[in-house]
Design a protein around this ligand. Structure first.
Ligand code: CP
Ligand code: NVA
Length: 307
């Protein structure tokens, strides 16, 4: 992974994913080594963030480097100046760029022009760092991926897309229930199906949340309206009204199923309070793992082959 961009989970091989998770597991309980001494990561964010921003910043500190946060008002990606210019200027100052953008094309364009690695810190298309942390969490909780059934209930959004690709890559069955009009696009499902064929997993897209959740080992949901979709909130609330992960739906899953949510969560919408606060919820372990997974990503991309 040294020197490479991370824009989509599909940029990684199954072996890369395994290396990230292995390294994260290894360093999670150990001492951090300052392998990124003197290195700087720029955080270029067009949208708000708690987990991603803080975990990248702390990850760089723990690895001996540092992070520089650049707010939307400061940079004005594509507004104050062209994305291509921002990419080329930042490349002269920093060792890597983590970017959170509205359009997926913006993070792709940054990567096209930057001379340093660009990491997608969430775009409207994907959230690869979240998926890597989630694979780590599932591995920790279930001791394996092969044969695990991961059911996503809700919007076929950035989080769902990255998770679908990641699950398919590591041999985990992925089921997704979304209402018509909110499904993952066919081209990405095709890509996930071909990865799943190689890993021995299955990708199943359905409309019924009950059908998706029956017997599942992991029940995952995310907000109905993502950042940038605020105007569609009322319409989405109607479309997703039968897609809440509540005690009744969770009762259909395996009795030892875990509940995941990337956060921030909207209690009473996509997830019931009793479920997110219940004994099956692992959402804070999941949030913590953003730090461990990203330390591994940064070490592998920036730290060289010996990392
Ligand atoms: N899950 C996640 O990416 O959270 P933030 O938007 O707070 O970074
Ligand atoms: N799908 C959500 C994820 C937030 C971490 C969004 O894009 O707003």
């Amino acid at each position: 992974m040294h020197g490479r961009h991370l824009i989509s989970v599909a940029d990684l091989s199954p072996r890369d994913v395994q290396r990230v998770v292995d390294m994260a597991l290894h360093t999670k309980n150990g001492q951090s080594v300052a392998i990124l001494g003197g290195k700087t990561l720029a955080l270029v964010f067009e949208k708000p963030s708690l987990r991603t921003r803080v975990s990248f910043d702390v990850a760089m500190q723990q690895l001996g480097g540092h992070a520089l946060y650049l707010s939307p008002a400061e940079v004005g990606l594509g507004e104050r100046e062209p994305v291509a210019d921002v990419a080329r200027v930042l490349s002269r100052y920093v060792d890597a760029i983590a970017a959170r953008t509205f359009k997926h094309e913006t993070v792709e364009e940054l990567a096209r022009w930057a001379d340093v690695p660009v990491i997608n810190a969430l775009s409207d298309g994907e959230h690869p760092c979240q998926a890597l942390a989630d694979l780590l969490t599932i591995y920790e909780k279930k001791d394996r991926w092969q044969g695990v059934v991961l059911s996503f209930v809700g919007d076929g959004n950035n989080v769902a897309r990255s998770l679908m690709l990641g699950a398919a890559m590591v041999g985990m069955d992925f089921r997704i229930a979304s209402p018509p009009g909110y499904r993952v696009a066919r081209a990405l499902v095709d890509k996930a199906e071909s990865l799943a064929a190689a890993s021995g997993a299955a990708v199943i897209c359905v409309e019924s949340p009950q059908e998706a959740v029956r017997g599942a080992d992991v029940v995952y949901t995310d907000v109905w309206a993502s950042m940038g979709q605020e105007k569609e909130q009322a319409e989405r609330r109607r479309a997703f009204s039968d897609y809440q992960v509540n005690a009744e739906l969770l009762a259909l899953a395996s009795p030892d199923a875990i509940v995941m949510h990337d956060l921030p969560a909207h209690r009473g919408e996509e997830i019931a309070d009793e479920v997110i606060e219940g004994p099956q919820s692992v959402v804070f372990d999941q949030a913590e793992n953003r730090l461990h997974a990203q330390k591994a990503v940064l070490a592998l991309i920036l730290g060289g082959e010996g990392a």
